[in-house]
Design a binder for this molecule. Structure first.
Ligand code: SF4
Length: 354
């Protein structure tokens, strides 16, 4: 028997839900997987062009597995949370190696792959295979926390557990693909974070938060903590050919595997640091205003410094983890957002000044 909540939601979805998102067309497990990973922490409208380009480049799991990780990160540039892309690439390789190129069709195996948690696995199985498995993404957490007036931050294990119980309670045995899309759509279109449209909501009759006019209280907010500030310096080195020197970052740590400027975190003077650590002889052309980039655990204050290479260093050789990059050239590299922004905004000036 379906709960009233589920029945009302399904009826609403069939009439008013979203049915033409790119990943809803021919929704196989791979397509749904890619969309679910991209949609984590990112709005649908932002994701659509990225998703379309990604699918053109890697239409199936085998082509993703065979791709160079730089190409994958390049197509991810601007979406942020790059671990998502690296994990997806790794998982695609595991799928090809261990599961004959077929995305596993059971919850446990899916969860064992890098970057796939319980909710993402549930979404893949329900949306692509209509399996009766619940999900609990950000939208669903908000809907259920309001519907049951569950106080507290959903990142807290106990609260999350309560929400999973509610999610399981309403997940139907049949029509689960539609139900999953329906509850995600409700959270994305009516039960929105700041201005829920309760008048149009199909589950309004049973909603505890609406009854008490306390929608804004649910879900509870994450306890605030003051983020520490770290400092770093980006060395922006351009040559006379209109290129800028980039290095590949180590595979783990922040912006792992992405390309960026040589980065100096030591107390040494930048020019000395470049000489002793990279062997480059440089002089400072200009120090730019500090740019702040905020991660979930800290702020990073970046000082971008433009440098000129002195005569003998005019050509530093390309290596696997170092290259001269031309913004309008053919080379496709994954970059962290502040690096891309600096290149987009400053490159012409850097070259012009050289
Ligand atoms: S009635 Fe309002 S708060 Fe309750 S689930 Fe619907 S949109 Fe959300």
């Amino acid at each position: 028997m379906m709960s009233e909540f589920t029945e009302s939601l399904l009826q609403w979805y069939r009439k008013s839900g979203r049915h033409d998102l790119p990943w809803q067309i021919d929704p196989n497990s791979y397509r749904v997987w890619v969309s679910e990973i991209m949609l984590q922490q990112t709005q649908v409208n932002t994701v659509i062009p990225y998703y379309t380009r990604f699918m053109q480049a890697f239409p199936d799991v085998a082509q993703l597995a065979e791709a160079d990780v730089d190409e994958v990160l390049h197509l991810w540039t601007g979406l942020g949370y790059y671990a998502r892309a690296r994990n997806m690439h790794k998982a695609a390789q595991m799928i090809c190696r261990e599961y004959e190129g077929e995305v596993p069709a059971d919850l446990e195996t899916l969860i064992s792959l890098p970057g796939i948690g319980r909710s993402t696995a549930g979404a893949i199985l329900s949306l692509s295979l209509n399996q009766s498995i619940s999900i609990l993404d950000g939208n669903v957490k908000r809907v259920l926390a309001r519907y049951y007036a569950i106080a507290g931050w959903p990142g807290n294990k106990k609260i999350e557990q309560q929400l999973w119980e509610k999610a399981d309670r309403h997940t139907p045995k049949q029509d689960c693909a539609e139900y999953t899309q329906a509850i995600m759509d409700l959270g994305a279109t009516l039960c929105t974070r700041t201005k829920p449209d309760c008048q149009s909501c199909p589950v309004r009759a049973g909603c505890q938060a609406e009854k008490q006019n306390l929608q804004h209280m649910f879900p509870g907010k994450k306890p605030k903590k003051i983020l520490p500030v770290k400092q770093t310096v980006f060395a922006i080195i351009a040559n006379t050919e209109g290129e800028v020197l980039l290095e590949k970052r180590p595979p783990s740590g922040i912006w792992g595997g992405l390309w960026g400027f040589p980065e100096c975190t030591s107390d040494q003077k930048l020019v000395d640091w470049l000489a002793s650590n990279r062997g480059y002889v440089t002089e400072i052309a200009r120090e730019n205003a500090v740019v702040r980039h905020t991660f979930s655990h800290f702020h990073l204050d970046i000082t971008p410094v433009k440098l000129n290479l002195l005569a003998t260093e005019d050509r530093i050789e390309d290596k696997p983890d170092q290259c001269w990059y031309k913004p309008d050239g053919d080379l496709k590299l994954g970059m962290a957002a502040p690096v891309k922004k600096l290149i987009d905004g400053l490159f012409s000036t850097v070259v012009g000044e050289h």
